[in-house]
Design a protein around this ligand. Sequence first.
Ligand code: FES
Ligand code: FE
Length: 437
Amino acid sequence: MIDLDEHVDLERGVMSRRVFVDDDIYRLELERIFSRSWLFLAHESQLPKSGSFVSTYMGEDPVIVVRRSDGSIGAVLNSCRHRGMKVCRADVGTTRVFRCSYHGWTYGLDGDLVSVPNMAEGYRNELDMSRWGLLRVPRVESYKGLVFGTWDAEAQPVEEALGDITFLLDTFLDRRPGGTEVIGGVQKWVMGGNWKLAAEQFASDMYHSFLLHASAWQSLAPEGADLSEMVFPSVGSQMTSQGSGGGWFHDPTGAGSAVLGPMLAADYTDPAVWERLGEVQAGGPIGCHATVFPNFSFLGAFRVLRVWHPRGPHEMEVWSWTLVDKDQSPEIKDAWRRFASMTFGPTGTFEQDDGEIWTDLQRVSRGHIAQTVDLNYQMGIGHEVTDHPDYPGRINHVYSDNAARGFYERWLELMKTPLRPGQRGNATARAGQEVTR
Ligand code: FES
Ligand code: FE
C-alpha cells in the first residue's frame, strides 16, 4: 500500500498526482471515506408521499431512498439478497413494493422481504424471510430539506457533522420561510477525471473563474457590455472546516448578479432575503461556491446542487439539480432552471470549461513521469485566520488553496484511520455479518 504521507504534505502545500490515479488509494477511499461519511442522498421534495423513491449511490453502492408508510425517509442497498440484482431499476417513481426482476423476490418499502416465488416447492417453506431483507442504511437524517445517509451507525448527527458549512448552506436553503424544492429532475453525465478534482475545485477554486470562464462570462454579459468593462470583484473570503469549504466575494451584487438578468438579479438580491439572512451571510456568502465533504457541492448564485459520484480513479458520474425557493413564482423558478441548465447543465457554458480541464488533468496525471512531479497547493499558506469576527472556520482570501488543504486534511485523517473492527464496510473483516438479517 502506498504511503500517503509521502504523497500528501499539507504543511508544505505539495501533493503527488498519485492520489488521483492510484487504484489502491481509490479502493481505500470507498472503504474509509464513502462507507462512513454522511453522503447526500436526495432532497425531501423528491419524495412527496408514501412510496415515493429515488435511486442513487453511496460511493459505488446503489441505494434506494424511499418515503415509508409512516412518512419517514429510509434508504436500503439496491441489491437483492438472492443473487444480488438491483431490485429497483427506475431512477424515480412511486411504488408499494420493490420486486426483483430476476426471480421475483419482493421487498416492502422498509426493505423487509415480503414474498418469494415458489416458496413451498423450492424452499419447502424453510427460508427464514426475516433474515433476508435488503440491507438498510442505518442512519438517514435531513438538514433543511437535504437528506443524507451514512453506513456508520455510530456517526454523529448530520447537523453536527456538517458543522460550520451550515453557515454557507443556510444562505441557499433558508432564504425564504417556505424552504426549497428541486425542480426539473436530475441531470446526470459521466466525465473523465477523479471525483476529488471536482470536489476540491468547488470547495476552493475561485482562482480559475475569470480566466477559464472568460468566454462564458462574456456570453452572459448584458447586451452591449464589454467583458473588460465588467468589474470583477477581487475582495472575498474562503473558509474551510471539517473538510468542507467554500469561497465568496464580499460584493455579491457585482459582476455575478449583472449576468443574471433583471428578473433573477431582483430575486437574488431581494431585500426580504437580505433581511432574513442578515448582512453577513447575505453580503457575500449567498453567492458562494462550496463543497460539503466529501462529494456534495453547491453554487449559491446559480442555484445548482451537485454530487460527484466516484467511478474508479479515472472517472466520475456527475448528478446535478436546480434548487429554488418554494415560495417563489413559477416564472422565476423556471427562469432559474433555465439559467442553471444554460450555465452548469451538462452542455452548460461554465460546465464545459471545467469538465474539459478535469478530463485533461486526469489524462496528464496518468503519465509515469508526471506522477513524479508534485503539484502546488501553497496559495495563502501561513496567512489563514481562525478567529474571524464574521465567518466561522479557517478563513483566507477567496483566492487561496486554504479550502483545498482543509479538504485533504480531512481526507488524509479518514484515510489513515481504519474502520472499527466489524464495522460495515471494513473490507478486512467481512464486516457486520452479525447484523445481517
Ligand atoms: Fe433477485 Fe434472484 S436475484 S430474485
Ligand atoms: Fe469553474
